[in-house]
Design a protein around this ligand. Structure first.
Ligand code: ADP
Ligand code: MG
Length: 474
C-alpha cells in the first residue's frame, strides 16, 4: 500500500461546507397542527388557522419532515466502477473505452464508471463513493469496497498516499463538512471502529487508542510489515495506555433486529473533528498486517473494514427523530498466486485464507445474482429459496447487509492493464459484471421510539383538526 498504511496518510481534503440551515421558530403546538398528507395544507388544517395562524413555514416544515422520513420504494443496484492502475512496464492487454473495458477480444461492461491510469483520486471518489456517503448522512447504511488482485491499487484508492487523499479521508471530509455546518436543528455524532479480518479472525485495529472500550481484545501479534518468508512475526509492543489489560474477549460478529450485522466488543472511538477521525484511521492502518511480496512490497494480508457510525438527531418543535447509519469503507486483501507472490511460511497460509474468503465472496455474489434473476422473472418463491452462504466466511458475514441487504453498496474493482496480469484482470472484470445484477434494499434507519411519538403527534393533530371541523373551539 501507499504511505498511509505506513502511518503517513494524506491530509484531509477540504469539502465545501453546505449552506447553514435557517433557525426554526415554530412552536411545538404549531408543529402538531401541520397537515398530514404530502405537506399540503388540508381543509382541516386551514380551519385550524382559526385557532392560531398556520404559516407557510409550518407547511414547508411538514414536508421537510416527510422528506426526512421518506423510505425508498424500490431496490437499488450495487454501483460498480473499474479503475486501472498506471502500468509500470511491459505490454498492455487491457483497454478502457467509455464505460466498457476489454481484455484482448473480450469486452466487459457497461459499468457505472471507469477510471483510467490518469484518473485522480477525486474523480475516483466522485465516481464511486460520494453518493454512498451522502446516503449515509441521510440515515442509510452504506459500503464502499475496493476489490482486485494483489498490487492492483486497492489500498492506494482507499487509503491514498501522502498528499493524495484516498476514499477514506475524502469520506471523512464529506461527513464533517456536513456535520460541522450544523448550527441548529440537526446534530451528528460520529464514531468509528476499525477491524481487520486476518486469517479468519476479527481483530480490533483501534485497540489501545483513546476511547478504547473495556472489552477490547488484545493487540494483534504484529505491528509492522512482515518480510516475505519471515516465519516469526515480530511481537507488537504493549500499548502504553493499557499497561495491564483486563481479561478481554475477541470482537465478535453479531446480529440483532435493530442494528443488523455489526462487530461487538471492538473499540469505538468518538470523533469530534475530521482530524481526530483521520488520526484513528492512521493509527489503525499502522497496525494492519502487511507483508512484502514479489507482487507488492507492502501487500495487505487482511481485509480491513473502517466503519463510520453516524447518529443524526433532528429536533423540530417538540419532535425529535434519530437516524443511525453505518458506513463501511473496506480495503480487501487481493487474491494472489503463491508462485507469483513468492511468499513462504505464514505468507502461504495468509494467501490461503485470503483466497478462501474471496472465493466465498464470489459464491455469495453468484447466489445474489441468482436471487435477483429469479425475482426479475417473477419467481418470488424461488428467489426466497436461494441460499446465500454469508456465514461461510467472516468477511461476507460482516458485510451481509452491505452485499444483499439494507445498504447502498459501491464496489471499486481495481485492475492492472499489463499483459502479464491479464488473467487476474479478466477474473476481476467477470466478478464486476456479476456484481452489476446484484441489488440491495436500503431502508432509512430511524429510531422506532421517535417514530411512534411522531405518529402519535400526527394522530393528535388529525383529531384536533376534526374537532375544529365540527365547530369546536380549542
Ligand atoms: P493493492 O492494495 O491492490 O495490493 P496497492 O494499492 O498497495 O495495491 O498498490 C501497489 C502499488 O501501486 C503501490 O505502490 C501504489 O502506490 C501503486 N499504485 C496503485 N494504484 C495506483 C494509482 N492509481 N496511481 C499511482 N500509484 C498507484
Ligand atoms: Mg492492499
Amino acid at each position: 500500500m501507499g504511505n498511509s498504511c505506513s502511518g503517513k496518510p494524506a491530509a484531509v481534503p477540504r469539502e465545501p461546507a453546505p449552506p447553514a440551515r435557517r433557525r426554526r421558530t415554530t412552536s411545538p403546538l404549531a408543529d402538531a397542527r401541520l397537515s398530514i398528507a404530502g405537506g399540503r395544507p388540508s381543509v382541516a388544517t386551514k380551519r385550524m388557522s382559526d385557532v392560531s395562524e398556520l404559516t407557510e413555514s409550518d407547511v414547508s416544515e411538514q414536508s421537510e419532515w416527510d422528506a426526512l422520513l421518506a423510505q425508498p420504494a424500490e431496490e437499488t443496484a450495487v454501483r460498480v466502477a473499474i479503475r486501472s492502475r498506471p502500468q509500470i512496464d511491459g505490454e498492455s492487454a487491457t483497454s478502457l473505452r467509455g464505460n466498457h473495458v476489454s481484455v484482448g477480444d473480450t469486452d466487459f461492461g457497461p459499468f457505472d464508471a471507469t477510471l483510467n491510469d490518469h484518473s485522480t483520486q477525486k474523480a475516483t471518489y466522485d465516481g464511486i463513493a460520494r453518493n454512498v456517503v451522502e446516503q449515509a448522512l441521510r440515515g442509510f447504511h452504506g459500503c464502499v469496497m475496493a476489490y482486485g488482485a494483489t498490487g492492483s491499487g486497492k489500498t492506494h484508492a482507499m487509503a491514498g498516499e501522502r498528499g493524495d487523499a484516498g476514499i477514506v479521508s475524502r469520506a471523512i471530509a464529506q461527513v464533517f463538512a456536513v456535520s460541522g455546518a450544523e448550527i441548529d436543528e440537526t446534530h451528528t455524532r460520529v464514531e468509528c471502529t476499525y477491524v481487520e479480518i486476518y486469517r479468519e479472525q476479527v481483530r480490533d485495529l483501534l485497540q489501545g487508542d483513546a476511547g478504547a472500550s473495556e472489552n477490547a481484545p488484545p493487540p494483534p501479534p504484529r505491528g509492522r510489515a512482515l518480510q516475505a518468508g519471515n516465519r516469526t512475526p515480530p511481537r507488537a509492543k504493549t500499548p502504553p495506555r493499557c499497561k495491564t489489560p483486563p481479561p478481554q474477549k475477541q470482537p465478535r460478529i453479531r446480529e440483532d433486529e435493530r442494528r443488523g450485522v455489526f462487530v461487538d466488543g471492538c473499540t469505538r472511538t468518538r470523533c469530534r473533528s475530521a482530524e481526530e477521525c483521520i488520526d484513528a484511521f492512521r493509527a489503525g492502518s499502522r497496525r494492519r498486517a502487511v507483508r512484502g511480496t514479489a507482487k507488492n512490497d507492502r501487500s495487505s494480508r487482511s481485509h480491513a473494514v473502517f466503519t463510520l457510525e453516524l447518529t443524526r438527531t433532528t429536533t423540530r418543535g417538540a419532535a425529535t427523530v434519530t437516524q443511525a447509519s453505518r458506513l463501511h469503507l473496506v480495503d480487501l486483501a487481493g487474491s494472489e498466486r503463491v508462485k507469483e507472490s513468492k511468499v513462504m511460511g505464514d505468507g502461504v497460509r495468509e494467501a490461503g485464507n485470503i483466497n478462501q474468503s474471496l472465493m466465498v465472496l464470489g459464491n455469495v455474489v453468484t447466489a445474489l445474482e441468482d436471487k435477483a434473476s429469479k425475482r426479475r422473472r417473477g419467481d418470488v418463491a424461488g428467489a426466497a429459496r436461494v441460499h446465500v452462504p454469508y456465514r461461510d466466511a467472516k468477511l461476507t458475514r460482516l458485510l451481509q447487509d452491505a452485499l444483499g441487504g439494507n445498504a447502498y453498496a459501491a464496489i471499486l474493482c481495481c485492475v492492472s492493464r499489463a499483459a502479464a496480469d491479464a488473467s487476474h484482470t479478466t477474473s476481476t472484470l467477470r466478478f464486476a459484471s456479476r456484481l452489476k445484477s446484484v441489488t440491495t434494499a436500503p431502508r432509512k434507519n430511524l429510531d422506532p421510539k421517535d417514530m411512534e411519538i411522531l405518529r402519535l403527534r400526527r394522530e393528535n393533530a388529525k383529531l384536533r383538526a376534526a374537532l375544529v371541523d365540527d365547530g369546536m373551539r380549542l
